[in-house]
Every structure is written in structure tokens, then in C-alpha cells.
Design a binder for this molecule. Structure first.
Ligand code: EZ4
Ligand code: CO
Length: 404
């Protein structure tokens, strides 16, 4: 079998997605998600200008060799743009392998280790009563694990809060130039326990609660937050500090038993290694789209398994339905699955993408279609042209640049 074409499709059904489509001389096609939110065209160019020409004529069945060829074969390697491109190639080749075998991808990964994939959904509120209403809707819908985010009183915009109904929080909403948000750590640290207190008071401890700090704290502030939330028994506290400084997690760990999840911006096993082997985190958030595709993500999850760390893949709406489909196959198959983030996609996504995956309450399944089970209607994709958007930036009250 040989690869005959490799095309990059950029489309915006509600938000921007970059999809790689690989076609073989036997007429099989495979899709891979290449979306890097706010930097979409950089990956599209890396693929079109530097990777696609290398693929033509190569054997799509040699997935591991292709991965090594694109990773080790590039002198300038790693980084989000390169690794998102490699991920897309890898996922597209697994899609083709599944179709060639006539099997859903999870069967090629060793078969199902569970009946379905447990999800966590997002609830947010402009205030605590609004959060409680959103949580109620999600509980009604069958979710047993919910991420909660509430606007911090006194801040005009808080990460993760849209005020819309469940599933409508889509970062970002702004144009080419990033919106500027202000941040006040003291107000957040004082306020955070009150939202969990309110949810626990209403729902008790049956519901799993998660929270994304989104890199806003210093290590000792994160330690204080984790400690102040211990009695609410979170499933996890996500990205408490920016993860470039990995030794910082040792400090957080010394002070709190609130579980920690990190890694949605990680691109390779090298980014994860120290946090995992030093047992500084409980969940690894790497995704199929940004951490080297199925081939490399499995390698990361296997390392994590050795150290009792479970998966908790990033699944925001800026990862495409192709990404979600691929993630569900991995989630179903691996021994150390933890939880899968589920945000859904903007209304109208299914005009362009068609997916075999299905959801029932708080569970999903990738479906039984051969390969990944997600297809793209190119004619429909053409009706939704690229719409440049940027993620926000964040400053402290005095104007100092901070982490968004
Ligand atoms: O900010 O996917 O846990 N989820 C997140 C997301 C990220 C976006 C960035 O593109 O942190 O909301
Ligand atoms: Co996050």
C-alpha cells in the first residue's frame, strides 16, 4: 500500500479545525486532527509545506517507522507545531490501519478494557447560584463527574466562565488580537472554597468535582489552594502552576493531598517524564492531538501506568471530533484510564464531521466503525471558511503580564 495524497483541510463549523486527510492507492482514507487553537495556520503550513510532500509514495502501514521518521528525522524537533503535525499523520495512519483490518481502532489497541469511557463535563457560573443550575442540568443529563468554574467576584472575566448553557463555553471568542484579562490571585484563593462548599452542600459527595486553575498560581499559592479544598475531596486540581518548573510540584505535594492533573500543553513523553516518575501528579492530561498521536500517547500512558498515574485526556472543544473519536479508542483500551474531558462541539459541527461515537449520560463509546469512525464532508467544510481567533492574554491588576 502507498500513500497517494495528503491534504490539509481548514474549516470553521463553529470554531476552527485543521484536519489532515491521507489517501492510499487502495482507496482507503485516514483522518487526523491537526488543530492548535489560535495557531492553526502554523500547523497547516508545517504539514503542507514540510510534511505532506514526504508522505507521498510511502507505506501507510508502517506507523511506528513513520513516527520515528518525522520525529527523529527532523533536526528541529518537538514543540507544539511539529508535534501536532506528527500527531495528525499518526492518527490518520491508525485510521487507515483500522479500515484495512475492518476493525474499530480500539480492537487493534488490545480491545476494550471497560464497557464505556467515563466523561467529565463542564459547569460554570457567573455566580454560585448559576453554577448550581448548570450542575443540576448536567446531573440530570447523567454526568457523574463535573468540572466547576465560577467567576471570581471583582474580576470582569474569569477563565472557564461563559455564563451560557452547558457545552457552550468555547475559548476563545475574540478576534486576531488577544483580549486582555485581569487577574487577582488573592481574590481567587479566598473565593475558591465557597464554590465547592455550595456544590457539596447541595449534592453531597457522590458527584466527582474537578477544577482547572489554568496556571495562575505560584507553588506556595497552589499548595494553599489544594489544602483549602481538601475537605471537598476533588477528583483533581488541574494546572495549579505553569509546568515548565516541574520541581514546583514537589512543593505543592508536600502540603496537600488534593490530586493534581497536568499536561494538556505537553507534546512529548519528555515533558511528562519527571512529573510521572517522581510521582508529582495523579493524572496526565496529554491528548492524542498534541502529544504525538496514538503511538506516542500510548507510550506516555504506559509510563504513567508504571507509576500509578492515570489518564485524563484534554478534550476541550478546540480539539476536533476526529481527536475525540481517536481519544475514545485509546481511553477504552488502556489499563490506566482515568477520565475523559468532554466539552462537546459547537452546534453545527456535525454538518461537517460525522462520527460513529455515541454518548449515553456520562459515558461515551467510540462505536464500531472500522478505524477511528469519524469522517469529514469536504463540500460542507468548504462552506465554513477559517475565522482567525486568538486565545486571551492575562495581566495582573497593575498590568504585569501573567499566565492565561
Ligand atoms: O484553555 O483548550 O482544560 N481545558 C482547558 C482548555 C484550554 C483550551 C486552550 O485551547 O484548559 O479550556
Ligand atoms: Co485545562
Amino acid at each position: 500500500m502507498k500513500i497517494t495524497t495528503a491534504e490539509v483541510i481548514v474549516t470553521c463549523p463553529g470554531r476552527n479545525y485543521v484536519t489532515l486527510k491521507i489517501t492510499t492507492d487502495e482507496g482507503l482514507t485516514g483522518l487526523g486532527d491537526a488543530t492548535l487553537n489560535g495557531r492553526e495556520l502554523a500547523v497547516a503550513s508545517y504539514l503542507r509545506d514540510h510534511v505532506c510532500p514526504l508522505l507521498i509514495g510511502r507505506d501507510p502501514q508502517r506507523i511506528e517507522d513513520m513516527w520515528q521518521y518525522l520525529y527523529r528525522g527532523a533536526y528541529w524537533r518537538r514543540g507544539p507545531v511539529t508535534m501536532t503535525a506528527i500527531s495528525a499523520v499518526d492518527v490518520a495512519l491508525w485510521d487507515i490501519k483500522g479500515k484495512a483490518a475492518g476493525l474499530p481502532l480500539y480492537q487493534l489497541l488490545g480491545g476494550a478494557s471497560r464497557e464505556a469511557v467515563t466523561l467529565y463535563a463542564h459547569a460554570d457560573g457567573r455566580d454560585v447560584p448559576e453554577l448550581l443550575d448548570r450542575v443540576a442540568e448536567l446531573v440530570e443529563d447523567g454526568f457523574q463527574a463535573i468540572r466547576v468554574q465560577v467567576a471570581v467576584p471583582g474580576l470582569d472575566k474569569t477563565y472557564g466562565v461563559s455564563g451560557g448553557p452547558p457545552g457552550t463555553f468555547y475559548e476563545p471568542a475574540d478576534g486576531r488580537i488577544p483580549a486582555e484579562q485581569r487577574w487577582e490571585t488573592g481574590a481567587y484563593l479566598d473565593f475558591a472554597p465557597t464554590m465547592f462548599e455550595a456544590v457539596r452542600e447541595r449534592y453531597g459527595f457522590d458527584l466527582h468535582l474537578l477544577h482547572d486553575v489554568h496556571n495562575r498560581l505560584t507553588p506556595v499559592e497552589a499548595a494553599r489552594l489544594g489544602r483549602s479544598l481538601e475537605s471537598f475531596r476533588l477528583w483533581w486540581m488541574e494546572d495549579p502552576t505553569p509546568a515548565e518548573d516541574q520541581a514546583a510540584f514537589g512543593l505543592i505535594r508536600q502540603h496537600t493531598v488534593t490530586p493534581i492533573a497536568v499536561g494538556e500543553v505537553f507534546n512529548s513523553i519528555w515533558d511528562c517524564r519527571d512529573l510521572i516518575t517522581n510521582r508529582l501528579i495523579d493524572y496526565i492530561r496529554t491528548s492524542v492531538t498534541h502529544a504525538g498521536g496514538i503511538t506516542h500517547l500510548r507510550r506516555i500512558f504506559d509510563l504513567a501506568h508504571l507509576y500509578g498515574v492515570r489518564s485524563g485526556s484534554h478534550g476541550a472543544g478546540d480539539l476536533s471530533p476526529v481527536s475525540l473519536g481517536a481519544a475514545l479508542h485509546v481511553d477504552l483500551a488502556i489499563p490506566n484510564f482515568g477520565i475523559q474531558e468532554y466539552m462537546g462541539h459547537a452546534p453545527g459541527w456535525d454538518d461537517v464531521f460525522h462520527a460513529s461515537y455515541w454518548r449515553e449520560g456520562g459515558y461515551m463509546h467510540p462505536g464500531e466503525d472500522p478505524g477511528i469512525g469519524v469522517t469529514l464532508d469536504e463540500e460542507a467544510a468548504g462552506r465554513f471558511p477559517y475565522d482567525p481567533k486568538s486565545l486571551p492574554v492575562c495581566r495582573l491588576r497593575d498590568g504585569t503580564m501573567h499566565d492565561w
